[in-house]
Design a protein around this ligand. Structure first.
Ligand code: ADP
Length: 483
């Protein structure tokens, strides 16, 4: 086992207290690495370094196009090291290698996309009076804090960091304690680059220690948080004390709405992929299947058959379904499914731990379909964060919309029909930040604004829209003298 250092002020460092914690491989529970356990003093140093980097003459005088070029180089270096990065992500998260490879490619695409945006953050001129020139400028916020979850560590770090740096901020990243490795590997790339060397700090540590110290720090100017609703609420309260903005990407209970005139094969393949990917540990997982009664039995039949063929195993074998991140999360999933059973749910397939051979070394949950539960029950309303799909039947479009909107969340909706008018009618009525018609997820969707209605969050990430989070607007008015 090795010990890694964290990255602050262009240096690799231990924590001030000299403490460490370990990260484990979810496929076999073995320790992978030890990393520093940052405390408040370490966060103070990281925020001070980010502030100093932001205020430095070098950073302030950098042309946006030069920042863009540097971010473009990060994308290139990520692609050059794709295989190494993917393997680290698989070891740390447990996800299948091909999914980790696709995460690395998405991370590179974020850097490339926001590299191109660096010199395109335009202001406006505003007509006021003949003798007044008025214009707006979008200025960076300053120090941006990024609190990262464990499900897509490299991808989520990259989408926030690339956007924030693109418009001239510097950043402090606190990866999740379960998966700190890929953010440290990304810091290696930054450490090799003169222009960006001080723009990124990565502090590893626990949420209640390093995370809390970071979101409460008075010199942090913006917080991006991705994670649970409860922690998101606590982060928002910390931000309120310092009157700083937050971008929150929280949970989801996203529905697929399926009509009899859909392309059945295509629908089944996306419904399955969107609940199996990353073992269902995805905020945008399609975890509710709302299906018209005329097609329900047929759809469930095909879906069940396909789920029976899913290959489970360690991510390094490039299975289709890897282990759950930790015993704690596995127990949470099991408890939710057990409570649904007690309420009379019918388990169509799965519903329990998968065992045998390599599977015994990790916590694997079988691909699961549940039906015959009330839409008011916990399994219908709350995020499971496992490969668990709950099915509901509808007769009319109105019923489908009511079900779709009937949870505290509103992240993504999938609509499956060949009736264009119906698809648009429903897209207009569902309360979610993204809607896909005859598609789901749109291949990573780097370009598409992403975020939630209701308890799914505040603000938008991805696309050009995300850059608004990381800038503040200044209005300048100039009065001209009459001759
Ligand atoms: P989970 O319970 O699934 O681990 P969380 O939402 O608690 O999800 O974790 C997401 C991220 O938030 C992690 O990086 C974690 O360390 C961090 N975190 C947890 N608690 C806090 C907190 N009080 N303040 C700031 N960050 C936190």
């Amino acid at each position: 086992m090795q010990t890694m250092k964290m990255y602050v002020n262009g240096q690799w460092t231990n924590s001030v207290a000299g403490a460490f914690f370990s990260t484990y491989n979810p496929a076999n529970q073995e320790e992978i690495e030890r990393v520093p356990r940052a405390g408040k003093e370490d966060v103070d140093l990281a925020v001070a370094a980010a502030k100093q980097a932001f205020e430095s003459p070098e950073w302030q005088s950098l042309k946006p196009s030069e920042r863009g070029r540097a971010l473009f180089d990060v994308a290139r270096k990520l692609r050059e090291r794709a295989e190494e990065m993917a393997m680290i992500e698989t070891l740390d998260t447990g996800k299948p290698l091909s999914q980790a490879r696709s995460d690395v490619e998405s991370a590179a695409r974020y850097f490339k996309y926001y590299a191109g945006a660096a010199d395109k953050m335009f202001g406006e001129t505003i007509p006021v009076a003949p003798n007044v020139i008025d214009y707006t400028v979008r200025e960076p916020m300053g120090v941006c804090a990024h609190i990262i979850p464990w499900n897509y560590p490299l991808q989520i770090t990259s989408r926030g960091v690339a956007a924030a740096i693109s418009v001239g901020n510097t950043v402090v990243v606190k990866p999740a304690e379960d998966t700190p490795l890929s953010a440290l590997k990304l810091a290696e790339i930054f450490s090799e680059m003169e222009v960006l060397k001080h723009a990124l700090q990565v502090v590893t540590g626990y949420g209640k220690e390093a995370g809390a110290a970071l979101v409460n720090h008075p010199d942090v100017n913006h917080i991006t948080f991705t994670g649970s609703v409860a922690t998101g609420a606590s982060v928002m309260m910390s931000a309120a004390k310092n009157i700083i903005p937050v971008t929150l990407e929280l949970g989801g209970k996203s529905p697929h709405i399926v009509f009899p005139d859909c392309d059945l094969e295509e629908t089944v393949s996306w419904v399955m992929r969107s609940i199996i990917q990353n073992a269902g540990q995805t905020c945008s997982a399609g975890s509710r299947l709302l299906v018209h009664s005329a097609i329900k039995d047929k759809l469930i039949g095909i879906l069940t058959e396909k789920m029976q063929q899913i290959k489970m195993g360690p991510g390094t074998n490039d299975s289709e379904l890897g282990p759950i991140i930790s015993q704690k999360q596995f127990e949470r999933i099991t408890a939710m499914v057990d409570r649904a059973k007690e309420e009379g749910a019918r388990i169509v397939i799965g519903g329990k731990r998968a065992i045998g051979g390599d599977l015994n070394k990790g916590f694997y949950f079988e691909p699961t379909i549940i039906e015959n539960v009330s839409h008011k029950s916990e399994i219908a309303q709350e995020e499971v964060f496992g490969p668990v799909l709950t099915v509901f039947e509808f007769e009319t479009e109105e019923e489908a919309i009511e079900l779709a909107n009937g949870t505290p969340y509103g992240l993504v909706t999938g609509i499956w029909t060949n009736d264009v008018s119906r698809a648009h009618r429903i897209a207009g009525k569902v309360k979610s930040g993204q809607v896909f018609i005859n598609d789901y997820g749109a291949a990573g969707g780097v370009e598409l604004p992403f975020g939630g209605y209701k308890k799914s969050g505040i603000g938008r990430e991805k696309g050009i829209e995300a850059l608004r989070n990381y800038t503040q607007l200044k209005n300048v008015a100039i009065k001209m003298k009459s001759k």
